[in-house]
Ligand binder design. Structure first.
Ligand code: NAD
Length: 427
């Protein structure tokens, strides 16, 4: 089939590369000319394991990129919207990019004679496909949904860092279509993945995505709250959760306590569903607590630091790990951001290291010192905060000797060195 993918970020580029690998012809559409050029050269605009190999294999053959919607829509049967859905200043979902992409697709569809299907893959609050995307396309195209064009919502559940693997081995595929014809077309794209598909309507598909993320985020905040209580009684919360997780009704996943969740999805998605609930005049107390715990959690590391070394003014603090999790260069909502901000506000001098994410973090904190190795970042510092569970941090030990004081506050339970002054966040 001929597929266009609007937005060449994490979801768009991975979906495009994987659809091509399933045998489809793919056109990527992005307004960022730099990303378009990179994809046409076979270079991934973001880091994801296995993505470069797929792009190199298919670029110029099964994958092309452009900024021209009309050209892309004319040459394809189906368009996936994979643009960003960030939070606005109040934490509610900002749909401005979705609206712009829908309008451009509608204008391109107006020029097309053949039937076309538009699929929303971006995470959007329930009712967005029906009440916002479809009306915009109808207005811009002068055509009618279910008659002249089809529409569906097909949420994405991939994990950053493992996105290519997850696309090819999904634990579920959800298709919320407006009619049978749209449903059939979307499902046929995934036929080679051999996975049962949940067929539903757009608003249920949209809700499934939010419930999935909100539940995982809830598990993490729950584990962090329990971890904070365990720490006060010298109880090993990891041992507690290992035993609790053996209950098949609970499962052991997402029960690791630490500095909290970040990334492009959990924080914004939980806030977006809170915003939607409030719009419906429902107060989602549990979900509000999930966010509140997550915002306090990394700052507990600063309290621990101050209780050990006093005022942070003029103190040199190393921060190891900037990405929101390991195996990605993504720093969106990383728990290292509020930590670094607080350190700076309190007058500390920050030296940072991350195997992949230093360049991205420079866009947020221009003036802290970034190093290309752990040892350089640790040199002569008064304490070290561990913010990301990178594999290469797991064996750190003698490296801490270059510190002025080898005090390590571990937010991810990755350091196992006995020769340092060690404080675990919840253990
Ligand atoms: P992203 O910000 O990495 O990428 C979005 C891309 O859209 C950018 O390349 C941008 O240049 C492009 N863009 C912006 N406006 C455009 C327009 N009008 N036309 C064409 N392109 C345009 O976003 P992402 O992380 O890939 O997320 C996309 C969506 O998928 C979001 O709704 C997100 O919540 C959801 N999602 C993300 C993940 C994840 O792990 N990142 C997982 C599941 C779902």
């Amino acid at each position: 089939m001929n597929v266009s993918v609007v937005g060449s970020g994490y979801v768009g580029t991975v979906s495009a590369a994987c659809f091509a690998d399933l045998g489809h012809n793919v056109v990527c559409i992005d307004i960022d000319a730099k990303k378009v050029d990179m994809i046409n050269r076979g270079e991934p605009p973001i880091y994801e394991e296995g993505l470069e190999k797929l792009l190199k294999k298919h670029a110029g053959k099964k994958i092309k990129a452009t900024s021209n919607y009309n050209e892309a829509v004319a040459s394809t049967d189906i368009s996936f919207i994979c643009v960003g859905t960030p939070s606005d200043a109040q934490g509610n979902i900002d749909l401005s990019i979705i609206k712009a992409a829908s309008k451009s697709l509608g204008e391109a569809i107006s020029l097309k004679k053949n039937y076309h299907v538009v699929v929303v893959k971006s995470t959007v609050v329930p009712e967005t496909t029906e009440n916002i995307v479809i009306p915009i396309i109808e207005k811009a195209s002068g055509k009618q949904v279910g008659v002249d064009f089809g529409a569906a919502m097909n949420p994405e559940f991939l994990r950053e860092g493992k996105a290519v693997y997850d696309f090819n081995h999904p634990d579920k595929i959800v298709v919320g279509a407006v009619d049978q014809r749209s449903d059939d077309l979307v499902c046929s794209l995934y036929s080679r993945l051999d996975r049962e598909i949940t067929h539903t309507n757009p608003r249920t598909a949209e809700m499934i995505k939010y419930v999935n993320n909100a539940f995982l985020a809830t598990k993490i905040s729950f584990a962090n709250e329990i971890g904070n209580i365990c720490k006060k009684m010298d109880i090993d919360t990891y041992q507690v959760m290992e035993a609790v997780g053996k209950d098949i009704r609970i499962s052991s996943q997402f029960l690791n306590s630490g500095a909290g969740f970040g990334g492009s999805c959990f924080p914004k998605d939980v806030k977006a569903i809170i915003g939607k609930a409030k719009e419906l005049e429902y107060k989602p107390g549990l979900l509000e607590s999930v966010i509140e715990i997550n915002e306090k959690q990394p700052l507990l590391m600063i309290d621990m630091l101050e209780s050990k070394i006093g005022s942070l003014k003029g103190k040199k603090i190393s921060v190891l790990g900037l990405a929101f999790k390991n195996d990605t260069d993504d720093i969106r909502e990383s728990r290292s951001i509020p930590v670094i901000k607080t350190l700076i506000d309190k007058g500390a001098i920050v030296s940072a290291y991350d195997p992949m994410a230093c360049d991205n973090m420079r866009n947020i904190f221009e003036d802290i010192a970034y190093y290309s190795s752990t040892v350089q970042a640790l040199e002569n510092t008064d304490a070290c905060l561990i913010m990301t569970e990178w594999e290469e941090f797991k064996d750190l030990c003698s490296e801490f000797k270059v510190m002025h004081r080898p005090l390590v506050i571990d937010g991810r339970n990755v350091i196992h060195c006995k020769e340092i002054e060690y404080i675990g966040l919840c253990w």
